[in-house]
Design a protein around this ligand. Structure first.
Ligand code: PAZ
Length: 327
């Protein structure tokens, strides 16, 4: 595949179709934001999971971006715990706040129930494990019910990069009424290249003619219009994923210079659960400031450990509060 044309955000939205239910989804967001504003709550938009790029209109094949949704779902829980309202915009079927604790991979639900079935003949180890599982479930359920009662979580889903970009623009515009009290936490892994509608084959691409050559266009860099047009003074946090640790800081600095938002959080693929770097631009004097945030790795997957998102969110709450105070 070779690199091709790049779309401006304007050209992109003028030529790529909006998701069918966009107007309906945004009506729900408007109502949610108005309710939170009336209760004086800060609101954070959390994006989470990877976007796909379909290769055919009747889609059989697509490219995907890596992300399980752990960063976004976990962070959303800590924002909720801190009293923020959360718009959780995630890839369909990726992890979600609260239910993430009992997904097919973490604590598969049947294994969890099997623990409960240990019964009268169970040994002490079995009973202790079941008791621990009960306590954990109760804590998750209590937090979840509290959020349901308060009405502070609103969920939206996307699959393709088109869904994502249309939703991101519309949700950001709705949220901008909160000015500095809105935060945008962009943890989704978004495709850099896509196939415009106009270039897609209608039906399944046929094999049998040798290798496949696809020329993709560059997805518009929407952080710039997001900063300059869609949000008004909101606190924007973007994430940068790299597999070469040495690129993290230069790429994060370049993004801050190009888009002018508040902070980039850099993370390397394999160490992302134990360390991240916050990169920020100070104006007087004009310099970049980097601070690493690290936690100790878990001794084993079975042992309950601290989640790095707890510290990421705590740090952002401090910075957001300062940002609101500067107004
Ligand atoms: O969802 P997850 O926990 O598996 O991964 C999170 C992440 C690495 C996708 C996220 O922290 C991130 O860096 N998002 C931005 C990716 C990018 O540079 O496009």
């Amino acid at each position: 595949m070779s690199e091709s044309a790049s779309f401006s955000a304007e050209a992109y939205f003028a030529t790529q179709p909006a998701p069918q239910l966009l107007a309906q989804e945004i009506a729900g967001v408007k109502e949610f934001v108005a309710r939170q504003a009336a209760q004086n709550r800060n609101v954070v938009l959390v994006t989470s999971g990877g976007t796909t790029v379909p290769l055919e209109l009747n889609v059989v094949r697509f490219l995907d971006n890596f992300s399980a949704g752990t960063r976004g779902a976990t962070s959303a829980e800590y924002f909720l715990k801190a009293g923020y309202a959360v718009i959780f915009m995630h890839r369909q079927f990726s992890l979600q706040p609260f239910s993430r604790h009992y997904s097919h991979s973490t604590n598969p639900f049947l294994d969890f129930l099997a623990l409960e079935g240990d019964g009268p003949g169970a040994d002490t180890v079995g009973i202790t494990a079941a008791k621990r599982a009960d306590e954990d479930l109760l804590a998750v359920l209590t937090a979840y019910k509290r959020v349901q009662t308060a009405g502070t979580l609103h969920t939206l889903t996307f699959v393709t990069v088109d869904d994502y970009l249309w939703l991101l623009r519309a949700v950001s515009q709705e949220l901008s009424v909160l000015r500095r009290r809105a935060m945008y936490y962009l943890a989704a892994a978004v495709s850099d290249f896509f196939l415009p509608r106009q270039k897609m084959s209608e039906h399944k691409i046929q094999s049998g003619k040798g290798s496949l050559h696809i020329e993709m266009d560059q997805v518009p860099k929407v952080l710039k219009p997001m900063v300059e047009e869609w949000t008004r003074d909101g606190y924007i946090v973007s994430f940068k994923l790299e597999t070469d640790q040495r690129l993290l800081i230069p790429k994060a600095r370049a993004a801050l210079e190009r888009y002018g938002h508040q902070v980039v959080i850099g993370n390397e693929l394999h160490s992302r659960k134990v360390q991240v770097v916050f990169v920020e631009r100070k104006r007087k004097p004009m310099t970049f400031v980097e601070s690493w945030l690290r936690i100790a790795p878990a001794p084993s997957a079975a042992i309950h450990v601290k989640e790095i998102e707890e510290d990421i969110v705590a740090e952002l709450l401090r910075r957001h509060e300062a940002w609101i105070g500067e107004a």
